[in-house]
Write a protein that binds this ligand. Sequence first.
Ligand code: HEM
Length: 209
Amino acid sequence: MSSLAAAEELTQQEPAKVIQPAWVRAMHWTNAVAMILMIMSGWQIYNASPLFGFTFPRSITLGGWLGGALLWHFAAMWLLMVNGLIYLITGFATGRFRRKLLPITPTGVVSDVKAALTFRLAHDDLSKYNYVQKLLYAGIIAVGIVIVLSGLSIWKPVQLQWLTALFGGYDTAHYVHFICMASIVAFLVVHVALALLVPKSLRAMIIGR
Ligand code: HEM
């Protein structure tokens, strides 16, 4: 084949399908950075007055001491809240959440869990989420909203007392905040492990296709 014909063939090839649009990738990675800063500084805050009978190793915390950790926590909070709000508004306005995350049916989830456990879950079309992914992604968005609201209610329990009351008071909001963090960390462990096991999905999140 002449080089001209080869070039012609190349230009006639279908452009590679975009799996993750640029705005989703930008917000995803901004969110990942903000979450990691919030988690590590949160662990340092926790260590100053532990809710449970353990503390987090100093090497995986951020801020050095309570005051430093609070500064990190509140700085990353703005990144998380602004990015998160734009992500939610764009997700609803473009219909992406509806298209990608709905419907979530119990039978779909059960059959995909079975398929995953027997290594028969297909990953051919990365632009479509399976039911387990839909449930986990919708769930983690909800947890993200609750951790921000519970965080606001323990930060400003006087100014936002209606919000603190909605959580059942300051102490409950504090436990809710911690449990949300633990769910996010558990999600992150599974999410990162699966992204490494299915490298095509990681590639789509980095370069979009
Ligand atoms: C708008 C968002 C947030 C606000 C306003 C906020 C606020 C706060 C405040 C005021 C505390 C100190 C509570 C205390 O007095 O002990 C705290 C603790 C903490 N935060 Fe956040 N937070 C937010 C988001 C997050 C996120 C996204 C994470 C992790 C994913 C997180 C993880 C933690 C942890 C682990 C603690 C320590 C909990 C404890 O003392 O038991 N926070 N947060």
